[in-house]
Design a protein around this ligand. Structure first.
Ligand SMILES: [Zn+2]
Length: 260
């Protein structure tokens, strides 16, 4: 069966500190050929670059996670935010794209913090447009707002990861060519099944979001579980699994600007 691309993971997470190489081996054995790794802050972005320099099958994304503006945590310093933008600019030629970035209104309810979150996201989207880099985007309880901002800014190559919004909003993104990646948690999510039913095959990709969003809540997820996403999409769409794998990989390559 065709090689799969895991379009969104946190492989540099401490959850993989003990056995990262074994986790990657299991992914290759399961038919995964490339794994996108996203960064959430300055320190993690450095880890992403280091990991990608050791393994050519890892696709590095540098970002600033919207959780860094969460109500219950110290908000990210302006200096760190500026350093992340500078780092992306400086390493732009070496990276696959910008992520994890986006909006999360679930962890961020305070209007002032939401404002800071939106401004940071907008700056990152503008940088992506300027450097012609794709975006690997998070949205939680903010699907419509996230898509509005992306469309307003004219973002062209976008992967929406684990989209939790309405299918009708997702369709607007799909019309603009955005790709929606589906995690293994689809086996326990009516919302994800609905999304897959509504979107055309051309707008679907595979992701695990390892170490979270696995088939079982609370159990560590890993890229080898990408087979679960492909199987679920095949079943819902009534399309053979090898075709799902191939189309999803093509969609990720198109979104990420990778040659086939
Ligand atoms: Zn993520």
């Amino acid at each position: 069966m065709g090689a799969m691309i895991d379009s969104h993971t946190h492989l540099t997470d401490a959850a993989f500190a003990e056995d990262r190489d074994a986790v990657m081996e299991r992914a290759w054995s399961a038919g995964v050929s490339q794994i996108a790794i996203v960064g959430q802050d300055l320190a993690e972005n450095q880890a992403v670059l280091a990991a990608a320099s050791r393994h050519s099958a890892l696709l590095p994304f540098l970002g600033l996670h919207p959780d860094r503006f969460a109500d219950r945590a110290p908000m990210i310093e302006e200096a760190e935010q500026a350093a992340i933008l500078a780092m992306i600019r400086q390493r732009g030629a070496e990276i696959t794209g910008i992520g994890e970035v986006g909006l999360d209104y679930w962890v961020c309810r305070d209007e002032q913090r939401r404002q800071r979150q939106r401004e940071a996201f907008k700056a990152l989207v503008r940088l992506a447009c300027e450097l012609n880099l794709p975006l690997n985007v998070h949205s939680r309880s903010a699907g419509r707002h996230t898509l509005d901002l992306l469309l307003e800014q004219g973002a062209r190559r976008v992967l929406m990861h684990a989209f939790d919004g309405k299918a009708s909003h997702a369709l607007r993104g799909a019309e603009a060519g955005y790709v929606f990646s589906v995690p293994p948690s689809i086996v326990r999510s009516q919302q994800k099944r609905k999304l897959v039913r509504a979107l055309p095959m051309e707008a679907l990709a595979l992701e695990t979001d390892s170490p979270v969003l696995g088939p079982q809540a609370g159990v560590r997820n890993e890229p080898a579980n990408l087979t679960i996403c492909a199987g679920a999409i095949a079943e819902i769409k009534g399309v053979a699994e090898p075709v799902v794998r191939q189309m999803a990989a093509e969609n990720s390559r198109r979104a990420f600007g990778l040659s086939g």
